[in-house]
Ligand binder design. Structure first.
Ligand SMILES: *Cc1c(COP(=O)(O)O)cnc(C)c1O
Length: 392
């Protein structure tokens, strides 16, 4: 039997089709430059993007690489982190925050999060410090920076380096300073779903430290010094610290250059959409938590990269939404201290209760600047229907 009316349209978790249509002339202009020049990797567009990102963030140096994970790994290596060192990482984050430490041949150790910001809890981080701890990696997730005052105090007390996983944090600022620039350096990811997304993988290191910028710039290109001269730098290649190939494609840089002038508008749109979600979801039974931006003693800029809520019966809600064509993303399903890849570090379930609770209850709803208020209504109606049996 045919239904009397077509089923309501679904809502994808992420799309940027409308933005691409609207901005196509600018994107095409930058892409044409790349095709005209015929340099498709590590070329002039990449340099232009480095300058533009340095301008946007206020960083003295921006070093383009192939993706955010490489950016983290090369940042750690350029900061001198390596074999024998430990780096404290929150247990609730994307795997790359900790795998980058392992890729730099150091050892991640874990700390719990502050359940409001989902960022590292400075007290828990301090408790994880040992004589081998060389660094701490605060990760700014979803909406806001973690307690950087607390992190910087812990780092200063123990004389350790702060390396920010600011992969999600473009546009976030702490007392006027862009995320990634409060310690030795940070990173940006331009993975397509990120706030400033490419059409494939791309990433960047941002830092005010000329030594870190110099070493990262060399490591990303086989240890070559500069862009053209064929000298291989001696960051002790024979001890396994060779350079790698992590150059950025000029096509990615072209798309990012076309999108960057619209970033602040996109961020404002995201804030309005988040507000619309929160207004509709507040008080819905089963929705335990909508995002709360924490007020700090200094001014901060938050950015809604992901709209994340915490709910009861999370996996059943996800199935309910999926059946209605509504996309979701579980950030993050398993805390890093219980991920099989880190089993040899010896952590047990129960060690970091806030990280573990977030893994059980958190879910990201469809979220991107192309979303309409109608889409938000559809998603929120479906959430309400799941918990109350009625959309109204
Ligand atoms: C996206 C992301 C990364 C890695 O970036 P890629 O470009 O996907 O390699 C690292 N850390 C966090 C917190 C991220 O969200």
């Amino acid at each position: 039997m045919k239904p009397a009316t077509a089923p309501p349209a679904g809502v994808p978790f992420f799309t940027q089709a409308k933005s691409f249509d609207a901005r196509w002339p600018e994107i095409a202009r930058h892409l044409h430059d790349v095709f005209d020049r015929g340099k498709f990797s590590h070329g002039r567009k990449v340099e232009e993007l480095e300058q533009a990102i340095a301008g946007y963030t206020g960083a003295r140096f921006a070093v383009a690489v192939n993706n955010g994970t490489d950016a983290l790994t090369l940042l750690l290596r350029a900061a001198g982190i390596g074999p024998g060192d430990e780096v404290v990482v929150p247990a609730f984050t994307f795997v790359a925050s900790a795998s980058s430490v392992a890729l730099a041949r150091a050892r991640p150790t874990f700390a719990d999060i502050d359940p409001d910001t989902y960022g590292i809890d400075p007290a828990s981080a301090e408790a994880a410090i040992t004589p081998r701890t060389a660094g701490i990696m605060p990760v700014h997730l979803f909406t806001q920076m973690c307690d950087m005052e607390g992190v910087l105090q812990v780092a200063a007390r123990h004389g350790i380096t702060v390396l920010e996983d600011s992969a999600e944090a473009i546009g976030m600022r702490w007392d006027g300073r862009h995320a990634g620039l409060l310690g030795a350096g940070g990173v940006l990811s331009f993975f397509p779903t990120k706030t400033l997304g490419a059409i494939g993988d791309a990433g960047m290191i941002i830092t005010d430290d000329p030594g870190i910028a110099d070493r990262a710039g060399t490591l990303r290109h086989h240890g070559r010094i500069g862009r053209t001269i064929d000298h291989i730098a001696g960051i002790s290649n024979l001890s396994g610290a060779s350079g790698t190939n992590s150059k950025m494609d000029d096509l990615q840089a072209a798309v990012l250059l076309a999108k960057l002038p619209h970033l602040d508008d996109d961020i404002a749109t995201r804030a309005r959409l988040a507000e619309a979600y929160t207004a509709r979801l507040t008080g819905v039974p089963g929705v335990r938590k909508t995002p709360r931006v924490v007020t700090r003693p200094v001014p901060t800029d938050s950015v809604f990269y992901v709209y994340l809520i915490e709910v009861d019966r999370r996996d059943d809600l996800v199935a309910h939404l999926t059946a209605r064509g509504i996309g979701t993303e579980v950030y993050y399903p398993i805390p890093l201290h219980t991920q099989p890849v880190f089993a040899e570090l010896g952590y047990r379930q129960g060690r970091f209760p806030h990280a573990e609770a977030a893994c059980r209850h958190a879910v990201g709803l469809p979220f991107h600047p192309d979303l309409s208020i109608d889409d938000v209504d559809r998603v929120c109606d479906a959430v309400r229907e799941f918990y109350t049996g009625s959309a109204a």
